[in-house]
Every structure is written in C-alpha cells, then in structure tokens.
Design a protein around this ligand. Structure first.
Ligand code: 5RP
Length: 221
C-alpha cells in the first residue's frame, strides 16, 4: 500500500469508533482529510462535527456535515486525528499543519482520542520531527531564547499564521525522553499558547496503517 492508501485505510477503520447520534471531534491534516471523506458517508448517523481548524471546517461543510462550536457541545465521545510522530505509549508530536492548539482543546474535551497514522509516524522516541510551538507574536524572540536554554534549535515558521492569529516555532534538537515533563515545562514559558506535545492527554487508541493492513494499538493509560 502507498502512504496515502495507508492513511485511507486507517481513516476507514476509524469510522468504527464513531458513536451514532453523537458529535465527533475532527482533527486536521491529510490523514484527517481522508477521515472527513469517510465521515461524509455516514453523516446522517451523527449529530455533526466539532472541528479543530478552519481547513477541516471547510472540508466538513463541503461534504454537508454540520459543524458546531465547541462551546455549544457538552459531550464528544471520540476525537479522531493524525499525528506527526506517535509512540506505542500514545504520546504524540502534532502541529505540522499548525492546528495544534485547537486540536489539543478538542482532544481534551473528548472522551477518547483515536490517532490515525501510517507506519512512518510510529517512533520509539519523539523528537526527530521538529516540535511545533504556537506563540503569541510579541513573545516570539523571548520564547525562542527560552527554548534554546532547554537545548532546542527553534526556527520561526515564516509566513505562517495560525487560526488563532499566532506564530509557530519549530524546534529541532530536543531529546524528548520524558514527553509529559517537557510538555509541562514548555507550556509554562510565558507567551507559549500550546506546545505540540500531546502526552498528558495522549492517544487512547492508535490505528497504524501498514502494507499488510491496519494494526490497532491500545496504550495502557
Ligand atoms: C496538524 C496536525 C496533523 O495531525 C499532523 O501534522 C499530521 O498530518 P498528516 O496527517 O498530514 O501527516 O497535527 O496540526
């Protein structure tokens, strides 16, 4: 299977986790796009979607799927999203597409996180993919210096503005051996909106696409 076929296979498998007559939390990125396309097939069986980005909202609405504000929804049984890296224990790096903050909020508000990835995303240790950090614009240089103190090499994602009007620093060189601790540390730097480490609220289920099909991992939490 090609990488896209693997993404499509996990997106199809993720539909089995959607709870009928309820809201679905929907992530962002190319794998989430495949999921949105699959969700369109069962749109009459769900209340609608809570979206994590303007791009996903546009795709959902193009399919005729109702998109509701998170503020108006009190129960989301499942959130389905891709990742840039994921460990078998469910910790993830996310934010390659820059939607990390809304992804983290919708994931936190959901009862179950189903991560859908092709096999290239499963890693023993996080950190090869540059860690995205969303920062308010006036704090960019200060936060970058703090990230250097932590051992990272931050680079400003030039020309990119998040859906929240902020900037992204992509940080290379961090040894992410304790994702939960690093998530806490970076989130405490003034000016940081969100770090793209999803460890405190990691994945409950990981669907991994490979040449032979879809493998389901259920990290102990
Ligand atoms: C966007 C994300 C995506 O989930 C992540 O970048 C994976 O994207 P793709 O499925 O295109 O590889 O976090 O902010």
């Amino acid at each position: 299977m090609t990488q896209d076929e693997q993404k499509q296979a996990v997106a199809r498998e993720a539909i089995r986790h959607v709870v009928p007559d309820s809201w679905v939390g929907v992530g962002s990125g190319s794998t989430a796009n495949f999921f949105i396309d699959e969700l369109a097939r069962i749109k009459h069986n769900i209340k609608g979607a809570v979206s994590s980005s303007a791009k996903s909202t546009a795709r959902l609405q193009a399919h005729g799927i109702e998109v509701e504000e998170l503020n108006n929804v009190d129960d989301i049984p499942v959130y389905i999203d891709g990742a840039d890296e994921v460990t078998r224990w469910g910790a993830m790096v996310k934010g390659g597409g820059g939607a990390l903050t809304r992804e983290k909020v919708v994931a936190a508000a959901s009862r179950k996180f189903v991560c859908i990835v092709d096999r290239t995303k499963v890693v023993p240790v996080l950190g090869t993919f540059g860690l995205p950090v969303e920062v308010i614009p006036m704090a960019r240089s200060y936060v970058a210096r703090e990230l250097v103190h932590l051992g990272g090499r931050p680079a400003w994602r030039m020309g990119f503005t998040t859906d929240n009007g902020n900037v992204i620093l992509d940080v290379d060189g961090l040894a992410i051996t304790d994702p939960t601790a690093l998530e806490t540390t970076i989130n405490q730097i003034p000016g940081v909106v969100t770090v793209g480490l999803f460890a405190h609220r990691g994945a409950d289920v990981i669907l991994v696409g490979s040449d032979t099909g879809v493998e389901t991992l259920t990290p102990a939490r």
